[in-house]
Ligand binder design. Structure first.
Ligand SMILES: [Zn+2]
Length: 348
């Protein structure tokens, strides 16, 4: 199996985020990439560095104003008074926004000044940015694009070691440790070769950004298996009643699991997802592969063990589809390598 990763993706090194009313240590540590690379090495897989595919594949799913913001946020932050500004770009105000799943991009930000755009484009306090953030974010998307191109070129499967993750990023907003939606960018890229694509997301958190990006479209099915969002991030979407809208009606499926659910519940949900993926006429699959459903995850809500990812991989492999694996979350540093190791064992 071909795999993709660029060392620049480890440059993003956030200092903080806010949880339970406290500024705490970040969870998306650069060391995550080292653990995942270790698992690839145990399988004899040497990742290739992605080339630079330009901005067009990113702008195919993201709003141009948002991308302009991400590109220049660090430089604009430097214009704030030195004695008063913090060590990283961090929003403090947020716009009123309905949060309804059928709401598409919001149009241009009404505020032209930096602080207004900061609150508009960074949707919560888990997406700080430092000097190396944008280069990492962009490289992470290039890794997804390279993986998609490999699958579009005939590879039966490829793994994109994306970091930062992407599935919470909406067309015009970053949140939940995510800035560019790597899985959505890859799915859109695969559409150039395959008429019908599906994204299956098994990260413990609902893939709200991916859902939003394709919510109006019939050609890309989005399916997410995740912990029930009624008391769990991202809270406002991820419910079973969200089925898509307009031409996309029926092309979104959410399979929320009760908090504390384990491998059996995950496998049952994947079986349901598999039926929907077949019924869609899917020709290629993007698997948004998070490992934060593991019982040891510090911000998780489910109780999977590493071996459960092996079983999940077998079920997904049985679909027999060209498949791009896109790395999403997973914050238990001591187990994420074992999770990828188990997944690859089941998948290959
Ligand atoms: Zn997650």
């Amino acid at each position: 199996m071909r795999a993709f990763y660029h060392p620049e993706q480890a440059g993003h090194d956030p200092l903080q985020y806010m949880r339970f009313g406290r500024v705490v240590m970040p969870k998306d540590l650069p060391e995550r990439t080292a653990r995942l690379l270790g698992a690839l090495d145990r399988h004899g897989i040497a990742p290739e560095e992605p080339g630079y595919a330009g901005m067009a594949p990113i702008l195919a799913v993201h709003d141009a104003g948002y991308i302009d913001f991400l590109e220049t946020a660090w430089d604009e932050w430097q214009q704030l008074p030195e004695a008063e500004r913090g060590p990283e770009v961090w929003p403090a105000t947020f716009p009123y926004w309905s949060g309804r799943p059928e709401q598409p991009t919001r149009g241009p930000c009404p505020a032209s000044g930096f602080l207004g755009r900061l609150g508009w484009y960074l949707g919560d306090m888990s997406v700080p940015m430092r000097e190396a953030s944008w280069p990492s974010i962009r490289r992470s998307a290039m890794t997804a694009i390279a993986g998609a191109d490999a699958v579009a070129g005939g590879e039966p499967a490829a793994y994109a070691l994306c970091r930062p993750s992407g599935h919470h990023a909406r067309a015009d907003r970053g949140s939940g440790f995510c800035y560019l939606n790597n899985s959505a960018i890859a799915a859109e890229r695969l559409r150039s070769r395959f008429a019908r694509v599906a994204v299956l997301d098994i990260d413990v958190h609902h893939g709200d950004g991916t859902q939003q990006i394709f919510y109006h479209r019939p050609d890309v099915l989005t399916v997410s298996v995740h912990a029930d969002p009624s008391n769990f991030y991202p809270f406002y979407t991820g419910y079973a009643g969200e089925r898509g809208t307009g031409a996309g009606e029926g092309a979104n499926l959410n399979l929320p699991l009760a908090p504390g659910s384990g491998g059996d519940a995950m496998l049952a949900a994947i079986a349901t997802a598999a039926e929907a993926i077949k019924a869609h006429g899917t020709e290629a699959l993007v698997l948004a592969l998070g490992f934060d459903a593991h019982a040891a995850d510090p911000i998780g809500a489910l109780t999977l063990q590493a071996a459960d990812f092996e079983a999940a991989a077998r079920a997904i492999r049985a679909l027999g589809l060209p498949t791009l694996l896109v790395q999403e979350g997973g914050y238990a540093i001591e187990v994420i390598g074992d999770c990828l190791d188990a997944f690859l064992t089941g998948f290959r």
